[in-house]
Ligand binder design. Structure first.
Ligand code: 8X3
Length: 248
């Protein structure tokens, strides 16, 4: 009997690649996102095992209405993949736009906790799983990471705390923490600056949405007695830099 995964942010990048990978492996997939046209295109590609569910994850009423309207088998959710999230801006905190900070918190934290809270009863009933997309930015500080990194640190710690609370329920929880993945992530972060995005990825052989999708599927299909708590991934070309020292 096939299982059902709900993947947030399925309109592009890691989310769309995950929808394809899970369907190819025999899962039913509910793909959510704001851009209905993108979800409909994915639905045409993937067929009736993919259910497009267009809503803005920062709109709690829309989220509730969408979940309430899920048809038949699609209501029996075994796995929640909290992939929706974004980074806005690369400026240091003192030059950042407060509205951008609030948008990141609304999506990466408020949206994520809301859909998680709503689906927990179903996930517990089905001894399901939750996979949250955190980031290396939630562990390693870098200039311009400020609130984005803060939201991803929240996602990581929330995941670990969920594991503690769900102890004994059989529900698995994993925090996936990727580094550089070439998706729309950087054009969104730079306000549509394709040249800046291309310059970042150029020659670096970054990870792809498909790389992360394969990891998500691997985590989801592990034997049920195994839980990956946290998994950090980087392209070989990315590693760590040292501390900075300001001199008088
Ligand atoms: C973002 C990862 O390495 O591009 O989540 O900052 S990185």
């Amino acid at each position: 009997m096939s299982k059902t995964a709900l993947i947030t942010g399925a309109t592009a990048g890691i989310g769309a690649a995950a929808a394809r990978a899970f369907v190819a492996s025999g899962w039913r997939v509910i793909g959510t996102g704001r851009r209905a046209d993108r979800l409909d295109t994915l639905a045409r590609e993937l067929g009736e095992v993919f259910h497009p569910l267009a809503f803005d994850i920062t709109d709690e009423a829309a989220l509730d209405a969408a979940l309430a309207a899920l048809p038949g088998d699609f209501g029996e959710i075994d796995l929640l993949i909290n992939n929706a999230g974004l980074a806005l801006g690369t400026c240091p905190a003192q030059d950042s736009d407060l509205a951008q900070w609030r948008t990141m918190i609304a999506t990466n934290i408020d949206g994520l906790i809301t859909i998680t809270h709503r689906l927990l009863p179903r996930l517990i009933a089905r001894r399901g799983g939750i996979i949250n997309l955190s980031s290396v930015a939630g562990t390693y500080p870098y200039t311009g990471g400020n609130v984005y990194g803060g939201t991803k640190a929240f996602v990581k710690q929330f995941s670990l705390n969920l594991r503690a609370d769900l102890h004994g329920t059989g529900v698995r929880v994993t925090s996936i923490e990727p580094g550089m993945v070439e998706t729309e992530f950087t054009t969104v972060r730079t306000g549509g600056n394709q040249a800046a995005s291309d310059a970042l990825y150029q020659g670096s052989h970054p990870m792809t949405g498909e790389d992360i999708a394969a990891t998500l599927l691997w985590v989801a299909e592990l034997p049920e007695h195994l839980n990956i708590n946290r998994l950090e991934l980087m392209p070989v070309s990315q590693s760590f830099a040292g501390f900075q020292v300001a001199r008088a």
